[in-house]
Design a protein around this ligand. Sequence first.
Ligand code: ME8
Length: 535
Amino acid sequence: MSKKFYITTPIYYPSASPHLGHAYCTTLCDILARSKRMRGYETFFLTGLDEHGEKIQKNAEAKGVTPQEFVDGVAKTFLSLWDAMKIDNQGFIRTTDDYHVATVQKIFSKMLEKGDIYLSSYSGWYCVHEESYWTETQVGEEHLCPECGRPVEKKDEPAYFYRCSSYAEDLLKFYDTHPLFIVPESRKNEMVNTFIKPGLQDLCVTRTSFDWGIPVKEAPGHVVYVWLDALTNYITALGYLQDDDSNFQKFWQDPESEIVHVIGADITRFHTIYWPMFLDSLGLRKPDRVFVHGLMMMKDGKMSKSRGNTISAYPLIERYGVDAVRYYLAAEIPFGENGVFTPEQFVMRVNQDLANNLGNLLNRTVSMIGKYYEGKIPDFACGVNPTDHELEALVEKTVAAYEAHTDDLNPTAAALDVMELVSRANKYIEETAPWALAKDESKQAELASVMAHLAHVLYVAGKLLSPILVTKSDKLFAQLGLTSEEASYEDLKKFGKLNGHIVNKGEQLFPRLDNEKEVAAIAEMMAAPKEKAAA
Ligand code: ME8
């Protein structure tokens, strides 16, 4: 039975076109999913859109269209972005999809029957932007939302509540017995000390003040709170409580399946407090990990639709290709930390790692094999040159570290380790000086060994980077005389696999960028009107 891996992004609000921050989260999940699949895991990658709620309804009203028309329009912009970013997702859920609506109604009924949800009335301070109620103390004298700082409004409505108190104790125990449930750990401490220890209030799970939501069957006039609706997407998309629930059985119920939710810090509370409780209520297992990634920021702070300081991925893809953009996202900001997008760093990353390091190694290797061996990769022999063994050992170490980093949800470290191997191989060229070996009749074994080692390192680097360089890795393999099928993951440590393959010198994988010119070009993209950038 193969191991299984289920990874999800948050389902984004389709309140405006996506920016590079959304592309960041989805691309990194895509890279992790592709890496696991490459290693033989049966993988399901889910992303989607969170389409209900008062905020969406108000946005639609402002545009003079129905909420459904509004979300249909924005959904297209997300889908085209995922297409442009070459996202290979198995599921795309929209919470307005019929199957999701019907299943959320069933889930609500189940919770009601179980007594976890009860009817009462709500009076509190509500933030429309965050779709959250806050207490008197939380909003302070100024009556501002503690999350986003916007003014909150006082609301009174009959409402259903979720009995959080019944599950708080179990949740703390679960945190203790599952230390990797919330990563990084600082987030767990924040949840425990800020929210759980002071006493969890029951959560209001229906609304009557607007109607853009999933109707509660048992109570006309009530719609399901957008977060109860949204969080359950992770199981409804797999077929939970539906006729065909094979994906649910495979990716949620099977203990062999690892379940990972990747989210931004802003939504940690919902994913690590309420979601596990909802699952408890349904008698279902909890995810293995909720991984909190960092934010992609601009120099003037958090990139956000409402601030209008976003950059779209499109102009970057158009000018530099999807592989360069994916690589920048993976390598520049350690997954889990905040980072700032700057044109200088973008150009530096592409030049340093892709053009000078990887591209250069490929060029030099293919040219030399062409020149010295008429294009035929010589047979691999171990330990001919003084540093051959070191390079062989580094290949093995890099593959092992790559697997460990991927399992640890650290695609940045995985990518940078591969770049280290490539740097080492470039240095190996300087050390062995093949141009000198070529001139010495007695050094032919050494020369052949250098070429075979370099070709093998390129195969390993190309394969390990293939979840990031989704179009260029095949071009790299083609230059080594390998088809994509031949460039298998299983053979990475099989030295000698490339013996006798015929290299084909092709175009430069990543042409070097003119620093000044490209920094100016990206700065212009950042200044471009939002509508144009998102087109
Ligand atoms: O919160 N940098 O949706 P949302 C990196 N619908 N990631 C960013 C980012 C940035 N600048 N901006 C946004 C919601 N993100 C809910 C989620 S899940 C059941 C419901 C990413 O459109 C980040 O992952 O506000 C963040 O958590 C998510 O988008 C929030 O997207």
